[in-house]
Design a protein around this ligand. Structure first.
Ligand SMILES: C[S@@+](CC[C@H](N)C(=O)[O-])C[C@H]1O[C@@H](n2cnc3c(N)ncnc32)[C@H](O)[C@@H]1O
Length: 261
């Protein structure tokens, strides 16, 4: 009698045998292979991801006042789905622009958001923020940059944040979520160890954890929380607050312009 193995095509097995080693050597990219399993990957790789999405959606709806929302690095549109779920009761029409450099991620996003196209104003744009072009939007009420800056080369981050600052209206807000390092070396080591235990608890093997870590080397570069705050302030944001932290993931709310402007 042969064992019955159920394969789940949407399960993240990018760094599992037999092809994990090859994927690690190639380095991490938001390719079609990642896009197909991204939802499982992000849900199991970011502790508190669902809570994070609902908090981002709550803050966004409080601050957008029915105005445009730009989701920079929207991936497969999970933040839109959280916004849609929350706005359903009030019947609020969302004005949402999803921007991402990866054609594969945007294709998944389009498919997932298709059922909502008539109910809300939804647009997509394929754009690499590191390019010379401006973001091509202005007077934005809320910009989102959730788990994205960490993938942008450190030297480029300030310029990207300035671009985002320019695209916001006075009094507009930017929500940034990042993987962060801890200032204290022992705490940092503890948090990393704790995070790997968390990944084991959600089903990743030691090999998958090690290979993904290798693939992300020099691709995902976390800053200290204080560096992110400083970066936001240097880009022109007047007020920066923390709204989320679970393990080594932190969320910041930044405002353009003084209170009441
Ligand atoms: C971890 S995912 C973001 C997750 C998503 N915001 C969420 O809340 O589920 C990072 C995304 O940023 C996009 N990205 C990375 N670098 C980019 C760049 N330079 N320009 C535009 N998008 C970029 C990737 O294609 C990817 O879809």
């Amino acid at each position: 009698m042969s064992a019955c193995v159920t394969l789940d095509p949407s399960r993240d097995e990018v760094f599992a045998a037999p092809n994990g080693g090859e994927a690690a050597l190639e380095g991490f990219a938001f390719s079609a292979r990642v896009a197909r399993v991204f939802d499982d990957m992000v849900t199991r790789s970011v502790p508190g991801y669902r809570l994070l999405q609902s908090l981002v959606a709550e803050l966004t709806l409080r601050l957008s006042g029915g105005g445009p929302i730009v989701d920079l690095g929207c991936s497969t549109g999970n933040t839109f789905l959280a916004l849609e779920e929350l706005s359903r009761a009030s019947g609020e029409r969302l004005h949402y622009l999803g921007v991402d450099a990866s054609a594969a991620m945007l294709a998944e996003c389009r498919t997932k958001l298709q059922p909502f196209m008539g109910q809300h104003d939804i647009e997509f744009e394929q754009l690499d923020f590191t390019g010379r072009r401006s973001l091509g939007v202005s007077n934005v009420r809320v910009a989102l940059c959730v788990l994205v800056l960490q993938f942008i080369r450190p030297m480029e981050r300030q310029r990207i944040l300035r671009k985002i600052h320019r695209s916001l209206c006075q009094g507009g807000h930017l929500i940034v979520v990042e993987k962060v390092m801890q200032q204290d070396r022992a705490h940092n080591a503890l948090f990393i160890d704790w995070y790997h235990d968390y990944k084991r608890s959600v089903g990743y093997s030691n090999t998958e954890i090690a290979l993904k870590r290798q693939a992300l080397e020099n691709r995902l570069i976390p800053f200290f929380a204080s560096e992110n705050v400083q970066l936001l302030q240097s880009a022109g944001f007047d007020a920066v607050s923390t709204f989320f932290q679970v393990m080594n993931f932190q969320g910041f709310l930044a405002r353009k312009g003084g209170e009441g402007e």
